[in-house]
Design a protein around this ligand. Structure first.
Ligand SMILES: [Ca+2]
Ligand SMILES: [Ca+2]
Length: 227
């Protein structure tokens, strides 16, 4: 086999191995300015007067919905969801989608605190999606960053932070959820943006075909190095 064929075989082998590893899907980036009915237990609200507990809006700057909030802007694009957290636990965002069974999935979201006290405590959850909500496969809880005093007596925007949870699917349906666990009225104000799902390879043991491709790539490397 000549050098060109070896290089082609090498490139195809590596591309196939990499292509089988993962794929990322944007679940929600709020750029449409609305979310589907039933995807949140929060109530859609106008931003004037200041948005109250249990209500949300999709905006480009948080300060436009509450005079005490930081001038936080979207993590991606122009829009993000802002919420004055509810005084009852409940979902902030829920979405069900089709996936591949027996696949590891990483669900991630970006959040930030809009006020200087009372960090929001949110939970990322993955359900198997069977039935109304499904059986909880895994969850992880986290607190949002807090806004700090800025110039002119107002607040400076807190940093956006990405959180994630991983679960192995047990069916071809999965339900992803951001859940509010903090019921305090003071603080508990947050921004949410850029929800994403990364689907990893179907199982952790490489298929024989993958071994063959990886082996061919390795063989190609060894031959090229000996030239
Ligand atoms: Ca966005
Ligand atoms: Ca609040």
């Amino acid at each position: 086999m000549n050098n060109f064929l070896f290089r082609s075989f090498l490139a195809i082998g590596f591309l196939c191995v990499i292509a089988g590893r993962s794929s990322a899907t944007s679940i929600q980036n709020f750029e449409a300015g609305t979310v589907s009915p039933g995807s949140t237990s929060l109530t859609l609200s106008a931003c004037v007067p200041d948005i109250s507990e249990g209500k949300y809006a999709i905006v480009s700057i948080a300060h436009s919905c509450h005079e005490a909030w930081a001038p936080t802007m979207a993590q991606s694009g122009n829009n993000f969801l802002i919420a004055n957290g509810s005084t009852a636990v409940g979902d902030v965002y829920t979405q069900t989608l089709t996936v591949i069974t027996n696949t590891n999935n990483i669900f991630s979201a970006w959040t930030t605190g809009l006020y200087s006290t009372g960090a929001a405590v949110l939970e990322l959850r993955i359900y198997d999606g069977i039935g109304v909500l499904g059986t909880l496969l895994n969850s992880t809880q986290f607190t949002t960053n807090l806004a700090a005093p800025g110039t002119g007596g107002g607040l400076a925007a807190a940093a956006w932070e990405q959180f994630s949870v991983t679960a192995l699917t047990t069916s071809n349906t999965i339900t992803l959820q951001v859940f509010n666990t903090n019921i305090n009225a003071i603080g508990n104000d947050f921004g949410l943006d850029s929800l994403e799902l990364v689907e990893l390879s179907q199982n952790t043991t490489p298929e024989p075909a993958t071994f063959l491709l990886a082996g061919s790539a390795l063989l190609g490397l060894m031959v090229l190095r000996r030239k």
